[in-house]
Design a binder for this molecule. Structure first.
Ligand code: WT7
Length: 646
C-alpha cells in the first residue's frame, strides 16, 4: 500500500472552512474537554428548551449508558426546515433527479415545509402518536424525505426498510417494531425497471398479526390493490389537511429512528438513534467533512434505506440549510455516464459515493467521464468499504481532475455519523486510508487479547474510547444485546467489529470486518442471516456462508451447502436456492457462489471452522492453518477439490 501523502489542492485549501492548525486545535479541545466542546457545538441547533447537561455517558460493562444534552428539548424537522424559512425559504432544499433522465424537480425550503406539515397532519389523522413507529418502504423520491421529516415533526419514530429488501424481510421489521403505519409507493423505478413496492407491502402484511394502515404515494401509476379503510392515497389525504403543523417538543434522548442492520450473529438488530446528539453530530460532520459552504450543490448517491441516506442526504444537509440532491436511479442507466451527466446538469459541487460504484464506472471506461463537464466539482467523498488505491487514484485523476480532495469516510450504522475521515482543507490524504479521527473521536487499537496498542504504528481491532453525540443508544427492544455486542469483548470501549492499522503518521487504515459480517457493495450482510435463509429451504440440511474477494462488489457471498439425505445437487437446485434467498432477504443477499459440501469442517464439539472455509473461498490454501483439531480432516481436501468458480 502506498504511503505517500497527497497535498491538499491549493485552490481548495485557499477557500476551505478549516486548515490543519485549526483541525489540531479543535481536536485537542474536543478530547481534552468534551463537555465544553460539545456544549458549544450543541448551539448549532435551535432548542425549544436549552440543555443544562451536555454529556452523561459510560462505557463501563455492563452498565453502559449514553445520554447527550439529556434535559434539552428540540424538534428535528423544525431544525431541518422551519429555522431556515426566514433566510432560505426560496432556496432549493432538495433537487430530485428521477430514474428517467428527463424527470427532475426542485423543492424549496418553503415547499418542503408545506409537504412535511401536510403529511404530519395525515399521520395524526390516521392515529399515529408521539413514540409510535412508522415503517417507510420507499424509492428515492422526495416523499421519502417528507415521510421521515413528518415523523420527526410529530415525534413518531421512523424505520426505513430498504426498497431492495423482500416482503419477508419487511414483515419481520413491521412485526419487530409493532409499527402502526407503513408508507410506500405504488412502484419504484430503478434502471428503467419497476419494483413492486405496494405489492410487496401487501405480501408482507399478510404475515403480520396486527393491523397496519398504509399511505401510498402514486409514483409510476402502476396498477395496485388498495384495501378499503386501511390504505390511503398520499395525494388525496394530504389535500384534506392543514398546511401547517406545530413541531412537537422532543427530549434530546427521545428516539428519532430505528434502522435494522446485520450483525455477526442472529437476525438484524434495530439500531436506535435519538434526537439531539444525533442531529448535532450529523450537522457538524456534514459541515466539516464536506466543507459545506453556501451555494454548494451537494450529492450523496446513497439510498435513504441505509444510514448514509439518513445522515448525509436528509438530516445533516438539511440541518445545515444545504441543497441536497436525491437520485432515484442507478449509476449505469441509461448509460455509465449517468452520474457524470447528473453532476453536469445540476452543477454538483460536492459528490459522495461508494467504492463499488467507482470500481464499476472505472471498468466502464474513461470516455464516459470525459464526455461530461465536471468543472463544478470541488470535493469528492467515499464511504461503505475500504477503497482500493487504484479506484482512489482513478476517482482523483479522472473524476476530480486532480483538483478535488477525496474524503474517505469511515463510519457505521451504529455511529450515526462519520468517525474517521480527512477534513478536506486540513488533512493531506493517502489513497486507501481514512486518515484521522473526527472531533471528539478517540480511536484505539487493541490486540485480540484486549491489550491497547500504545505505539504509533500498530495493527489490531478498532475500538473507540469514550462516546460521541451521534452514537446509537440501544438495540430496539433488547438493550442487553446492545451491551453484549459492542461493550462486552473489550471492556470499557466501543467495539467496532473492524480491523485496523495505524501507520507511522498516525493515519488509520481500515482492513475490513473481523467478525462474521461481510460487506457486499458497501452493504452489510450477516453470514448468519444468509445461512438461516438457506437452511429454511426443505432440501438444505446445513449451510455455512463466508465472504470472498469480488472485483466490483468488494466482497461476494460464498455459500457452502450440505443437502438433505437423498437430495442430489444440480444446476437447477443452485438457481432455486439463489431465488429462495432473494425471496427470504432480498437481492443484495444473493449468493454469488454455491459449493455443494457433503461435509463441513467441524471441531469435535461440532463448531464449524469458518477460518478454513474463508481461506478456501479466497483460494488461499497455504494459509489453512491447523486442521488437526477437526472431527474429520478429510473434508477439507474434498472442499478444496470442488471449490466453486464463477
Ligand atoms: C461497515 C459499516 C457507514 C455507512 C455505510 C456502511 C465498512 C464503511 C468504510 C470506509 C473502510 C468502511 C466497515 C464498517 N466501512 N465505511 N470508508 N473504509 N470500511 O454502513 O452498513 O453500517 O457498515 O462498513 O467495515 O464497519 P454499515
Amino acid at each position: 500500500m502506498t504511503n505517500e501523502l497527497r497535498p491538499i489542492p491549493s485552490d481548495f485549501a485557499a477557500k476551505a472552512l478549516i486548515d490543519d492548525a485549526g483541525y489540531l486545535k479543535m481536536y485537542a479541545q474536543s478530547v481534552d474537554n468534551p463537555e465544553t466542546f460539545w456544549g458549544e457545538q450543541g448551539k448549532r441547533l435551535d432548542w425549544m428548551k436549552p440543555y443544562t447537561r451536555v454529556k452523561n455517558t459510560s462505557f463501563e460493562y455492563p452498565d453502559v449508558s449514553i445520554k447527550w444534552y439529556e434535559d434539552g428539548e428540540l424538534n428535528v424537522s423544525a431544525n431541518c426546515i422551519d429555522r431556515h424559512l426566514a433566510t432560505r425559504g426560496d432556496q432549493v432544499a432538495i433537487i430530485w433527479e428521477g430514474d428517467d433522465p428527463s424527470s427532475d424537480k426542485k423543492i424549496t425550503y418553503k415547499e418542503l415545509h408545506e409537504h412535511v406539515c401536510r403529511l404530519a397532519n395525515v399521520y395524526k389523522e390516521l392515529g399515529v402518536e408521539k413514540g409510535d413507529r412508522v415503517i417507510l418502504y420507499m424509492p428515492m423520491i422526495p416523499e421519502a424525505a417528507y415521510a421521515m421529516l413528518a415523523c420527526a415533526r410529530i415525534g413518531a419514530v421512523h424505520s426505513i426498510v430498504f426498497g431492495g429488501f423482500s416482503a419477508d424481510a419487511l414483515a419481520d421489521r413491521v412485526t419487530g417494531s409493532q409499527a402502526k403505519l407503513l408508507v410506500t409507493t405504488d412502484e419504484g423505478l430503478r434502471g428503467g425497471r419497476s419494483v413492486p413496492l405496494k405489492a410487496n407491502c401487501d405480501k408482507a402484511l399478510a404475515k403480520v398479526a396486527h393491523d397496519v394502515k398504509m399511505v401510498v404515494v402514486q409514483h409510476t401509476g402502476g396498477d395496485i390493490a388498495m384495501r378499503e379503510g386501511l390504505d390511503f392515497w398520499y395525494h388525496e389525504q394530504t389535500q384534506k389537511v392543514s398546511a401547517d403543523c406545530q413541531p412537537e417538543a422532543m427530549n434530546a434522548e427521545d428516539p428519532l429512528f430505528i434502522l435494522y442492520t446485520s450483525g455477526s450473529t442472529g437476525m438484524p438488530k434495530g439500531v436506535v438513534h435519538t434526537t439531539g446528539g444525533y442531529l448535532v453530530y450529523a450537522s457538524m460532520t456534514h459541515e466539516y467533512v464536506f466543507d459545506h459552504q453556501d451555494g454548494d450543490i451537494y450529492w450523496c448517491t446513497a439510498d435513504v434505506g441505509w444510514v448514509t441516506g439518513h445522515s448525509y442526504i436528509v438530516y445533516g444537509p438539511l440541518a445545515n440549510g444545504a441543497t441536497t440532491l436525491m437520485f432515484e436511479g442507478v449509476p449505469t442507466y441509461p448509460s455509465p455516464s449517468r452520474f457524470w451527466d447528473v453532476c453536469e446538469k445540476h452543477k454538483v459541487t460536492v459528490f459522495y459515493t461508494a467504492p463499488t460504484a467507482i470500481r464499476a464506472l472505472m471498468g466502464a471506461g474513461e470516455e464516459h467521464v470525459k464526455g461530461a463537464d465536471l468543472s463544478s466539482l470541488r470535493l469528492l467523498g467515499s464511504v461503505g468499504e475500504p477503497i482500493n488505491p487504484e479506484a482512489w487514484k482513478w476517482y482523483d485523476e479522472v473524476v476530480g481532475e486532480g483538483r478535488c480532495p477525496i474524503v474517505d469516510t469511515w463510519w457505521q450504522t451504529e455511529t450515526g455519523g462519520i468517525l474517521i475521515t480527512p477534513i478536506p482543507g486540513a488533512t493531506e490524504t493517502k489513497p486507501g486510508s481514512a486518515t484521522r479521527p473526527f472531533f471528539g473521536v478517540q480511536p484505539v487499537i487493541l490486540d485480540t487479547e484486549g491489550v491497547v496498542q500504545t505505539s504509533v504504528e500498530a495493527e489490531g481491532v478498532l475500538c473507540i474510547k469514550d462516546s460521541w453525540p451521534g452514537q446509537m443508544r440501544t438495540v430496539y427492544g433488547d438493550h442487553e444485546r446492545f451491551v453484549s455486542t459492542y461493550f462486552e469483548t473489550f471492556k470499557g470501549y466501543y467495539f467496532t467489529g473492524d480491523g485496523c492499522r495505524r501507520d507511522a503518521d498516525g493515519y488509520y487504515w481500515i482492513t475490513g470486518r473481523v467478525d462474521d459480517v461481510i460487506n457486499v457493495s458497501g452493504h452489510r450482510m450477516g453470514t448468519a442471516e444468509v445461512e438461516s435463509a438457506l437452511v429454511a429451504h426443505e432440501k438444505v440440511s446445513e449451510a455455512a456462508v463466508v465472504g470472498f474477494p469480488h472485483d466490483i462488489k468488494g466482497q461476494g457471498i460464498y455459500a457452502y451447502v450440505t443437502l438433505m439425505e437423498g437430495e442430489e445437487p444440480s444446476e437447477e437446485l443452485r438457481k432455486e436456492l439463489v431465488t429462495w434467498v432473494r425471496k427470504e432477504i432480498g437481492p443484495i443477499a444473493s449468493p454469488d457462489l454455491i459449493q455443494w459440501a457433503p461435509g463441513l469442517p467441524k471441531t469435535r464439539s461440532g463448531k464449524i471452522m469458518r477460518r478454513i472455509l474463508r481461506k478456501i473461498a479466497e483460494n488461499d490454501y497455504d494459509a489453512l492453518g491447523d486442521t488437526s483439531t477437526l472431527a474429520d480432516p478429510s473434508v477439507v481436501a474434498d472442499l478444496i477439490e470442488h471449490r466453486a468458480n464463477a
